[in-house]
Design a protein around this ligand. Structure first.
Ligand SMILES: [Zn+2]
Length: 231
């Protein structure tokens, strides 16, 4: 805790002066264009990894970057926290992108693969059921990258499963159909600091480099303008 308190003092003296105007501007409104869904893991730091500032990303983090699917009525079958973040991001903030970002060495993926439950953690066990279909898919279809360890293979497939879960929310599916929302699967490799994107045509995660970034950016066709932002 001491390092956190000292960190606040350091932030106030060293960095806050650079952000004063930005925070003042953001005090009554925010206009992020991306909902970034990632793991709670301390080694995954969204704003650091994509070089964003306050106000740029609407972030939802949980154990395993999971999105409980919705019923046909759009109600989450699991915890409603994630569904609330999705609804707020889409309906209030009018975000136009959703990124689900998994990562290597994910403890949630290791737990999901484990045959034994985590002792005294009934909620964690229940939560990880949302990764069960990724485990099933790994068994049935095999990994996207055979060179990876099994828990990392699962982590990559888990990103794809959570993208599918996003599609079960009618407001997500409708906006994708209307061309006002795009969803992306990313994967972060902790040991190298590399970020990968899922390329559907190749059925694999490709590194985001200067070269591939140029190609990815070129593929971003203009979208239909979303409704005006409310806050
Ligand atoms: Zn994780």
């Amino acid at each position: 805790m001491e390092n956190l308190i000292r960190g606040i003092v350091d932030f106030r003296s060293r960095l806050l002066p650079q952000y004063v105007d930005r925070f003042k501007e953001l005090s009554n409104r925010q206009t992020p264009d991306t909902l970034f869904i990632s793991c709670s893991d301390s080694r995954v730091v969204p704003d650091l990894l994509v070089s964003t500032d306050p106000g740029d990303l609407f972030t939802m983090r949980n154990v395993g970057n999971l999105v409980p699917p919705a019923t046909v009525l759009g109600e989450s079958i699991g915890d409603v926290s994630e569904a609330s973040a999705i609804e707020y991001a889409i309906l209030v903030l009018n975000i136009s992108n959703i990124v689900v970002c998994g990562h290597s060495e994910c403890g949630a993926m290791k737990a999901a693969l484990s045959a034994t439950a985590t002792p005294n953690a009934p909620n964690l066990d229940k939560w990880l059921h949302h990764a069960t279909s990724a485990v099933f898919r790994l068994d049935q279809e095999g990994p996207l990258d055979k060179r990876l360890e099994r828990h990392n293979q699962l982590s990559q497939l888990n990103v794809l499963v959570q993208l599918e879960h996003l599609h079960t929310y009618p407001i997500v599916a409708e906006r994708i159909r209307a061309g006002t929302l795009r969803i992306y699967g990313w994967w972060f490799e902790i040991a190298t600091g590399g970020m990968f994107f899922y390329e559907r045509g190749r059925r694999k995660f490709e590194a985001i480099t200067e070269k591939s970034a140029a190609r990815l950016i070129a593929q971003l066709t203009p979208k239909t303008k979303p409704p005006s932002k409310k806050s």
